[in-house]
Design a protein around this ligand. Structure first.
Ligand code: MG
Length: 454
């Protein structure tokens, strides 16, 4: 008997190629997706070395159920999402492991409206996977296969039409663009050209071994970009992760801008222009976002951690901007999903209208965040969380996701990871010292509880 486990993590199903992510497994995923979605399904991949092997298996599985496939080839995840949203699709699938190392790959499901699939939709795919009750097409009912040529171009044109193109053009920007050898190689340089930006590219050849650097846009991985921004005298540096649903920035002085600051700056400018409105972010988001938006009458709504939850909450509340602190910004002017291309174009618009990126970032409110993680045995996670809860005043806590404890000079979030046996501790304060003090206080509490419980 197969033991039923949750296949989808916070960001699709992921694993090592030819271990979990074998053609057999992905074909079975294809059968499950074809059965659950039942209709025309758009399929994309990123640039990973296993992309053709796994995409072929996925497509075979889908076609066997009678569902049809439109193959968009290698495009960013948000380009596929835009294509699904504007076309007539039952849903979409992307073969990608986003920012994970090159030996990984994954499968990510997209709803018919272009947002990341909800937990319920993922569950119906898992139901088919475990019951193995797949729809089986007869010979004359096998799904049809079409290749979509203009998907990347349509996406680029759509983004360019959503920003103040002339303002950007007038500034005659020079940008160093790091595509991380990922899917943005097919879209980002062309988007820059369309916006009249002089672009110097880095790691812009699509190569799934990620020879430039691993596809997570951390400061360590972006050393070349930082150096090149300074030598080229560029106005900014832009980097995308492997499937380009995220964009991170380097200012004109070569300073890496953490994702919460680019999110705060984008939120501030959108709320300022719209004279108020709602910002939606997960509870783990640093307060700089809320504070920056509040300046112009913005109200922040907090959700559980995970971008599909944020996107859906934005639809529900009419949120004008939202996203995650890792550079994944959701801008409904384009679509309800994290979109690296739209994030980059919006930042160019903000800088075109506002001056220098460094100065705009320096004008944001200042907070200090300390992030820690404590390894805790899986079986102990619940007991430790209950123990932490007993330690705190009930009226000072937000339980949206984990425990967000409000203190006199900041807050601490204690949260069990959704994917690994560990507890994450985020502490934030206006003073660096007290952020550190709060983080270590709660680390001590968690470690003691973990040591004590059986
Ligand atoms: Mg990604």
């Amino acid at each position: 008997m197969t033991v039923r486990v949750k296949l989808f993590g916070t960001n699709g199903v992921r694993g090592i190629v030819n271990e979990l992510m074998s053609p057999d497994f992905v074909m079975k995923m294809g059968k499950s997706i074809g059965t659950a979605m039942n209709g025309n399904i758009a399929v994309a991949t990123d640039t990973r070395t296993s992309n053709i092997m796994l995409r072929s298996a996925l497509i075979s599985g889908i076609l066997s159920t009678g569902s049809s496939v439109t193959d968009t080839g290698v495009v960013p995840t948000p380009a596929l999402q835009y294509h699904v949203r504007t076309g007539a699709y039952a849903g979409g699938v992307v073969v990608t492991a986003s920012h994970n190392p090159p030996q990984f790959n994954g499968v990510k499901a997209i709803s018919a409206d272009g947002t990341e699939s909800s937990r319920e939709e993922e569950k119906s795919i898992e139901d088919a996977f475990y019951s193995e009750e797949f729809r089986k097409a007869t010979w004359n009912d096998v799904g049809s296969y079409t290749v979509c040529g203009p998907c990347a171009t349509d996406y680029v044109n759509a983004i360019a039409s959503k920003v103040a193109r002339e303002e950007i053009r007038r500034r005659k920007f020079t940008v160093v663009l790091d595509c991380s050898n990922g899917a943005s190689c097919y879209t980002a340089p062309y988007l820059m050209e369309k916006l009249g930006v002089r672009v110097v590219t880095l790691n812009a050849s699509p190569q799934g071994s990620f020879p430039g650097h691993e596809s997570e846009p951390t400061p360590e991985n972006l050393k070349d970009l930082i150096r090149m921004v300074k030598t080229a005298g560029a106005d900014m540096g832009i980097a995308h992760d492997g499937d380009a649903d995220r964009a991170v920035f380097v200012d004109e002085n070569g300073r890496y801008i953490p994702g919460e600051l680019s999110l705060a700056l984008t939120a501030k400018e959108i709320i300022r222009k719209r004279k108020g409105g709602i910002v939606v972010v997960p509870v783990s988001t640093p307060s700089v976002v809320e504070e920056a938006a509040k300046e112009f009458g913005g109200r922040t709504v907090y959700t559980k951690v995970g971008s599909p939850v944020v996107a859906r909450k934005m639809m529900e509340t009419g949120g004008l901007i939202g996203g995650e602190e890792n550079g994944g910004i959701i801008n409904p002017e384009m679509q309800y999903c994290r979109d690296g291309g739209m994030t980059a174009a919006k930042m160019l618009e903000i800088v075109a209208e506002g001056g220098k990126l460094s100065e705009l970032v320096d004008a944001l409110p200042k907070f200090y965040t300390v992030k820690l993680k404590v390894r805790v045995h899986e079986k102990q996670l619940d007991a430790v969380m209950t123990g932490v809860k007993k330690n705190i005043q009930p009226n000072n806590v937000d339980e949206t996701d984990g425990l967000k404890i409000f203190l006199d000079d900041g807050w601490v979030l204690v949260r069990a990871s959704g994917t690994e046996p560990l507890i994450r501790i985020f502490a934030e304060s206006k003073s660096e010292k007290s952020a550190e003090k709060h983080a270590s206080e709660y680390r001590k509490i968690v470690e003691e509880l973990a040591g004590r419980s059986p």
